[in-house]
Design a protein around this ligand. Sequence first.
Ligand code: COA
Length: 138
Amino acid sequence: MSDTLEYRLGNDPNLESVIELYRASTLGERRPVDDAERMAAMLKNANLVVTAWDDDLLVGIARSVSDFAFCTYLSDIAVRKSHQCKGIGRELIRRTREESGRATVILLSAPAAVDYYPRLGFFQHSSAWTIEPGAELK
Ligand SMILES: CC(C)(COP(=O)(O)OP(=O)(O)OC[C@H]1O[C@@H](n2cnc3c(N)ncnc32)[C@H](O)[C@@H]1OP(=O)(O)O)[C@@H](O)C(=O)NCCC(=O)NCCS
């Protein structure tokens, strides 16, 4: 890893690099990385994307949808395995919050990351609810 990491704002990294990063972080196991069209839409329609770069290697991403006033849904955060536990995830979240203005950052934790968010000061919400596409609305 080089001495200087660079952080960038925007959803313009190319799709192949993003998919490769999802795989290289293990997040790809829980995201539709084999469906390039869906991944392209996820990247294009996200309106708050922070990326971390080690020279020209993409090493981290925080992909959110935000109204920049009330809520920021941080859907995906991923750091390349070779670069984990060096503060990159924390910095991606710090920048996501900085860009979010007064919006609260909301996320669903991956099983392996449940202990990560409380360390950073996240509060566990007991009344979060989801409904999957295709599930019957009763
Ligand atoms: C979870 C993840 C984003 C964290 O990013 P990171 O850059 O590795 O984490 P940081 O370096 O910012 O970690 C900050 C602290 O949390 C700890 N930490 C990192 N990953 C952790 C985890 N999965 N569980 C508990 N603690 C964790 C670090 O050891 C560090 O502690 P320290 O300050 O005492 O040294 C990253 O490990 C990752 O991409 N994991 C795989 C994909 C994934 O599960 N994403 C989450 C989807 S909800």
